[in-house]
Design a protein around this ligand. Structure first.
Ligand SMILES: Nc1ncnc2c1ncn2[C@@H]1O[C@H](COP(=O)(O)OS(=O)(=O)O)[C@@H](OP(=O)(O)O)[C@H]1O
Ligand SMILES: [Mg+2]
Ligand SMILES: [Mg+2]
Ligand SMILES: [Mg+2]
Length: 326
């Protein structure tokens, strides 16, 4: 029997690779150039160009598929942002995708679905925009959900070390394992991705967000101490953290709530979660519940995220349960 979702997987991989190339080109040139969104977070021409190109590639292949993307073209349509809009279009056309301004805006806005369909994609065109602006880690994350379950994931991490260079594209289909290919050699033989076999908490390596506003660094420091881990946590932006645990660079990724009521967005997790689980890892929230992707565009039924290589999950949860959150 042919394996399920092969054409969705091929489309997702092609889409995140095309977008990553644009992001890399922009990252090489930018000097802290971004707009501020209503929630005060930054967005760059690369976030918009990435969302446009990925939505176009998905819709060319699967015309009726809804997409739940992070960005929308509202701010780009503002007359005051004409220069920003023109530069976004320039990045798209110079990457080899001919487009008019109206087409570009429509592609971006095709990512405006709300996560209520039986089948939809969720997209973070640049996850870790702050890391992108710092010229550090970021990810392009795309996942397909069917009946509220993640079935296909493609997660490009353009700055993650890979062999002698950098740029890793992780991907997974539920039940088929997780794999990684180099961003610059997509035809190379895929390598199976597996979590580390470390089961002694004291030997574990932990990663967390760079931004203390996204994850409570004071509480993770207490967790490290209680687990007997001597090393410092590795701070890294984006879902590259899921990739790091999936491939055994680290054993633990903690995302501990910093403020009451923040709802994690599905596009900040879906791609990374399937790669991690298919690599043998485990993810729950801080109360030990599975992440609930059936609640629309946010994980409103969960608080925080605890990611491990599986072997360490119980030990980490025992410590997380002793921490104090707002
Ligand atoms: N308060 C709060 N708590 C938790 N998470 C938040 C919060 N605010 C924002 N975000 C989301 O964090 C996404 C980036 O997460 P990272 O783990 O990459 O954080 S960091 O960049 O290292 O700070 C970032 O994703 P991008 O916007 O795609 O960069 C946000 O969606
Ligand atoms: Mg953002
Ligand atoms: Mg994000
Ligand atoms: Mg983003």
């Amino acid at each position: 029997m042919p394996q399920a979702y092969q054409s969705e997987l091929a489309t997702a991989i092609a889409a995140v690779i095309a977008a990553s190339k644009i992001c890399r080109a922009v990252q090489a040139t930018i000097t802290a150039d971004s707009l501020e969104k209503k929630d005060k977070s930054p967005v760059t021409i690369a976030d918009y160009a990435s969302q446009a190109v990925i939505c176009k590639i998905i819709l060319d292949a699967f015309r009726n598929d809804p997409i739940v993307g992070e960005e929308d073209a509202g701010d780009l349509r503002e007359p005051a942002n004409q220069l920003f809009r023109d530069r976004t279009l320039h990045e798209i056309t110079s990457s080899g995708t001919p487009a008019t301004t109206d087409e570009m805006l429509a592609w971006i806005d095709s990512g405006n679905h709300d996560g209520t369909a039986n089948r939809y994609w969720t997209l973070d065109p640049i996850d870790g925009t702050k890391g992108f602006l710092r010229k550090e880690q970021f990810a392009v994350s795309l996942a397909l959900l069917i009946n509220k379950r993640i079935e296909v994931a493609a997660l490009a991490c353009p700055n993650l070390p890979m062999g002698s260079g950098s740029g890793a594209v992780f991907y997974a289909v539920r039940g088929q394992g997780a794999f990684v290919i180099p961003l610059d050699q997509p035809d190379a033989k895929p390598v199976a991705v597996k979590v580390s076999k470390i089961s002694d908490p004291a030997q574990a390596r932990m990663c967390e967000s760079v931004e203390s506003g996204h994850s409570a660094h004071d509480q993770s420091a207490i967790a490290l101490e209680k687990l007997g881990i001597a090393g410092e946590p590795v701070r890294m932006d984006s879902q590259a953290k899921y990739g790091a645990v999936a491939r055994g660079d680290a054993e633990i990724y903690l995302r501990l709530p910093t403020r009451k009521g923040y709802e994690e967005k599905i596009w900040d997790h879906a791609g990374g979660v399937l790669v991690l689980e298919e690599a043998g890892g485990k993810v729950t929230d801080i109360d030990g519940h599975p992440l609930d992707f059936a609640a629309g565009s946010t994980l409103k039924n969960n608080r925080g995220v605890v990611v491990t290589n599986g072997l360490l999950h119980d030990a980490v949860m025992a410590v997380v349960k002793t921490l104090k959150f707002e």
